[in-house]
Design a protein around this ligand. Structure first.
Ligand code: OOB
Length: 557
């Protein structure tokens, strides 16, 4: 095989060579992968989309042959619309089959999907489109009662590079995605395996979300590596219950892992048991992935015993810390093996193994996919700690990025000089090399798997005319693990403001609903650290103590 001469963005040549020599990077692209599977088993079902069944229609079932042919036609259509290699396309779709048609078409022509979540609103989408100078934005017409076409109209007016808005369903003032496909063409400048495949979103701890550049080579490795660990093969049926664009349901092992294995993907429009359980029963789902709050809801709902869930072999739980107590309930309630996943869109993914002792499964967050995932646990000065000690997790490896996309200043802070990613997670390693997540050093709130960057929300609240200063911190929550609390200092001359007004103000600035602070506390001044910085540690302790007061706990939410 001829080795590519240009290395993956950010990966130094010596590492790229090592990862190829070890067989992790197999020199394959997403476009080729789907073609190969379609050639091998064209009639096997790849994607099941039950969206229409709510209106009495049959579920859509696309075979590998059909998905492949659709991706070819969509690719030709995108090219005909002037979208080509390297162009960025913001994709914001619910869990529908077109998601795969679109992303494989983009992969084939080397255009880069930017994976927005359905919850994102004006602020996030405008940033993604403007920052990536996106050529197109792809949405559904209406999903969960929200009209994305109206949002797209506003974004289009603001972002001059945005030449196209494609809509799944009724297009309104935009272009119907269904009108895009064209007769397949030979793609002259198809992407190489070491080149970028897409931009994923970082959970973030800064003012605006950063973008994560993933290559075909590195992401495909994370897929087949995950498949081996999670036992995914051509007989597997993966239920995509979380939003499809998120890295967890996309790749751990997720929908793309399932497609890699020639398995079947079943899309759940919503993750609630009333939607997911009938799908598990009807489609014979063998594995799925959930965030901890949903796993709790599922274990409780399964007790009702209304659905036959016996096909389910593996439940993956990750995105936020799964409590040991909740983890212990999974096997008895759902009759399947729990696999804890501790991953990040930047790369590193850890799994408990299917044959790990139950104690390991319920008390750890797993160990890395790859023997070449380098793990360091360090102190505040980046010095390695003794085995078993708790410290900052740094990592480097064959599917972990070496830098964010177009963000040199952030990269200087988020990576060590020798390329280790600073995860911001505080962990310890067990004697067996399993990771236990003990906490977080990054200024982020993990709201049941949905990440909220404190600084981002602080910036929005600071824009309120009555606000002098603000500090956003996490507060404990039985269901989500954490929620957000905004401590606000009002301007001296300001009229009194109620907390609902602050929350409304943030909501009306147009950002994902999960980022609106759950609680607002007004104070005269912030507690300070020894050197005069706001002590978020003290604020967290203060709100946690306040929530423990019986009257306050009862009125929460
Ligand atoms: C996943 O990816 P992101 O990028 O949304 O968030 C990554 C962060 C981690 O750095 C960590 O702080 C937290 O989410 N996290 C966990 C966790 N899994 C993720 N914290 C404690 N326990 C866990 N099991 O969330 C993600 C990506 C791929 C697979 C799974 C999750």
């Amino acid at each position: 095989m001829i080795q590519p001469t240009i290395d993956a963005p950010g990966y130094p040549a010596e590492f790229a060579e090592r990862y190829r020599a070890a067989g992790y990077w197999r020199g394959e692209t997403f476009g080729q992968m789907l073609r190969e599977r379609a050639d091998r088993h064209p009639d096997r079902v790849a994607v099941v989309d039950p969206t229409g069944t709510a209106h009495g229609e049959e579920a859509r079932r696309w075979t590998y042959g059909e998905l492949d042919a659709r991706a070819d036609r969509m690719a030709a259509g995108f090219l005909a619309h002037g979208i080509g290699k390297g162009d960025r396309v913001v994709v914001q779709l619910p869990n529908v089959a077109e998601f795969f048609e679109v992303i494989f078409a983009l992969f084939r022509i080397g255009a880069l999907p930017v994976f927005a979540l359905p919850a994102h609103r004006d602020t996030e989408i405008r940033h993604f489109c403007a920052f990536t100078e996106a050529a197109a934005y792809i949405v559904a017409d209406v999903a969960e009662g929200y009209d994305y076409r109206v949002l797209a109209g506003r974004i289009r007016a603001d972002v001059p590079t945005l030449r196209h808005v494609f809509v799944v369903g009724e297009p309104g003032e935009h272009t119907a995605l269904a009108d895009v496909p064209a007769d397949p063409v030979v793609i002259e400048d198809a992407p190489a395996p070491h080149e970028l495949a897409f931009l994923q979103l970082s959970g973030g701890s800064t003012g605006v979300p950063k973008l994560i550049p993933r290559t075909h080579d590195d992401y495909l490795y994370s897929l087949w590596g995950s498949n081996e660990i999670c036992g995914v093969d051509e007989h597997s049926v993966y239920l995509c219950a979380l939003p499809a664009a998120h890295n967890f349901p996309l790749s751990s092992p997720g929908t793309l892992g399932a497609l890699y294995a020639g398995a079947r993907v079943v899309l759940a429009p919503r993750p609630s048991p009333d939607v997911a359980f009938p799908l598990i029963e009807r489609e014979g789902v063998t594995l799925t992935g959930l965030v901890p709050p949903l796993a709790l809801v599922w274990t409780e709902a399964a007790a009702a015993g209304e659905h036959d869930l016996s096909s389910l072999d593996v439940l993956l739980v990750g995105g936020a810390k799964f409590s040991e107590e909740a983890a212990r309930r999974v096997r008895p309630a759902l009759g399947c093996t729990l696999q804890q996943v501790f991953g990040m869109a930047e790369g590193l993914v850890n799994y408990t193994r299917l044959d790990d002792p139950e104690e390991t499964i319920v008390t750890t967050q797993g160990r890395p996919i790859s023997p070449d995932d380098e793990i360091r646990v360090v102190d505040d000065a980046d010095e390695d700690l003794p085995p078993g000690a708790t410290g900052h997790l740094l990592t480097r490896g064959p599917y972990t990025i070496r830098g964010y996309w177009r963000a040199p200043e952030h990269n200087a802070a988020s990576f060590t000089a020798d390329g280790f990613y600073r995860t911001g997670d505080v962990v310890r390693l067990t004697a067996t090399g399993h990771i236990v997540v003990e906490g977080r050093a990054k200024d982020q709130i993990n709201r049941g798997g949905e990440k909220v960057a404190a600084e981002e929300i602080e910036n929005h609240i600071l824009a309120h005319p009555s606000v002098h200063d603000v500090a956003v911190v996490s507060m404990p929550d039985d269901y989500l693990g954490e929620r957000t609390c905004a401590y606000v200092v009002l301007r001296e001359e300001a009229e009194p403001v109620r907390s609902v007004a602050i929350r409304k103000f943030v909501r009306e600035r147009g950002l994902a609903a999960f980022k609106v602070p759950d609680r607002v506390e007004f104070v005269d001044a912030f507690p300070q650290t020894g050197i005069g910085k706001v002590s978020k540690k003290d604020l967290r302790a203060a709100i946690a103590a306040r929530l423990r007061e019986p009257a306050v706990a009862a009125t929460q939410h």
